[in-house]
Design a protein around this ligand. Sequence first.
Ligand code: GLU
Ligand code: ZN
Length: 293
Amino acid sequence: MTYIGRFAPSPSGPLHFGSLIAALGSYFQARSQQGVWRVRIEDLDPPREMVGASDWILRALDAYQLHWDGDVVYQSQRHALYQAQIDTWLAEGNAYYCQCSRKQIKEMGGFYNGHCRNLGHTDGAIRLKMATPITEFTDVRYGTMHIPLALAQEDFIIKRRDGLFAYNLAVVLDDIDQGITQVVRGADLIEPTGRQISLYRMLARAPVSYLHLPLAMDARGGKLSKQNHATAIDIKQPKTTLLEAMRFLGFTLPSEIESAEIEHILHWGCQNWQLFQLPNQLAMTVRFSNEAL
Ligand code: GLU
Ligand code: ZN
């Protein structure tokens, strides 16, 4: 079976170091197995998106010479696929409308308790009836991952009250539709993995396998993310950042590689990539060589 991997950024801002790690890790994992590597822009949530970020991300991947296969897929163009599945579940009684407020859910102890399951609402948020809670899964590098039972059991939202489709739903339907065989992404997405595997169960499909990559933390121990304004990666002089990202991913770089052209560095990376080189911890502090101390 051909390996098909992907990088699936949300265009909430330009690529930062943490998202470069996900891009590079998924790229090496795919290319080292002569696999396919796709790019999917997860533009599901316009209010949280930054104008121009999608194009910026694609230009950044170009600058780092991370060339993807096939056309870029945009989730904003795939609403019909998501809605069709929701309609099926609604018709089967596997999904239902919920009108509970955030305050009510807080009063339930923070996890939604199924309150609206049999109330017959005809609008509101749409929740999936959770029949197959997943409390653990095996990560191909990090082994058994545990997911809190309360989270696993929750009838989670697949379409929000404001009409936006939920990340967990879109990611699974797209990964199936695109033939993805393995998902490689940041460790911040370990918890939602349980819900995603539940969706595969509901759809009677074999789940993908999962590899989570250590999270890059800033010096204060926070996650580097677009939300906390982690700085955009340099696309004019990508090499320094590329080498830093590769070291973060556990490569020991020979000096002739450090002085090579990007194309050659990536080629060397594909040939030398090994899962066991990844750091043992799923979170690591990064200090950039050009960071003002
Ligand atoms: N779009 C998600 C993000 O940027 C990643 C989704 C995934 O890899 O499953 O955080
Ligand atoms: Zn409700």
